[in-house]
Write a protein that binds this ligand. Structure first.
Ligand SMILES: [Zn+2]
Length: 252
């Protein structure tokens, strides 16, 4: 680390749990952020400012006026631009020392697997169950830790699924893929602006902890936030040995 980097990250380095060693782990990490919207914005802002060495942002959407109430990576002047290039501009202004890869695409199937296999950690900041399940399956397949977040209306949830641990549950253990569900979208339900900031920032915090191997990540726990009461609830999640995604990996 050069003098500028020592200064930039000095408030991290001062923390005994982080220090230079932890900061170097952050610099060596490659985070894949799926979605550059409400959750992806705060998550990417904190990962970039904290110095995550490589940040890949994936989103196929363009910035829309209705996004600006909560998607803090973007600006009014960038309406109509791809969200990933708007995000890249914002992040580079905050931290020009890191590498930001902006991919305007809907990552699916083999492409998604390729992107996940290159990452050291994945943050699922998307807005639909199909993508969440696909991201989870790819993370299990390649043993890449996943920080999952969701927010709608005044309700948020966040958890960590670390398939490097064969006893850890995956997203599909919690929400079985074959179970019918009702998809609720921000575009129809609405979403409280700071809620996505709270959940997305929590995802960034968990990702940094997993990268450094400090503290106790939210593995095996689902954190639920009721923002109207500003009340957090933590519920335990167990591995489903019959899980179609991770169930056969026990003891591998
Ligand atoms: Zn599972």
């Amino acid at each position: 680390m050069n003098d500028q980097q020592l200064l930039r990250y000095s408030r991290h380095i001062l923390l005994e749990q982080i220090g230079i060693e932890g900061q170097q782990k952050i610099s060596a990490a490659h985070a894949l952020v799926i979605g550059a919207g409400g959750l992806g914005s705060p998550a990417a802002l904190y990962l970039a400012s904290a110095g995550v060495g490589t940040l890949t942002l994936v989103d196929n959407d363009e910035v829309d006026l209705t996004n600006l109430q909560r998607q803090v990576l973007h600006t009014t002047a960038r309406i109509g631009q791809p969200k990933v290039s708007s995000g890249k501009q914002t992040l580079e202004q905050i931290n020009p020392e890191i590498r930001i890869i902006a991919l305007q695409e809907r990552a699916e199937n083999q492409r998604l697997e390729e992107l996940v296999s290159l990452a050291s950690i994945v943050l699922d900041c998307c807005d639909n169950f199909a993508t969440r399940h696909a991201v989870n399956a790819a993370c299990v397949k390649f043993g890449v830790p996943l920080v999952s977040g969701a927010a709608i209306s005044f309700d948020g949830q966040v958890s960590v699924f670390d398939s490097r641990n064969p006893h850890a549950p995956c997203y599909a253990c919690l929400f079985p893929p074959e179970q019918p569900f009702e998809e609720v979208l921000c575009s129809t339900m609405g979403v409280f602006s700071p809620l996505v900031g709270i959940i997305g920032s929590t995802q960034a915090a968990e990702a940094l902890k997993v990268i450094m191997g400090i503290g106790e990540p939210l593995q095996g726990r689902l954190l639920l936030l009721d923002a109207l009461r500003m009340e957090w609830t933590s519920i335990g999640i167990s591995k489903n040995l019959q899980c179609p995604v991770c169930g056969n990996r026990h003891g591998n």
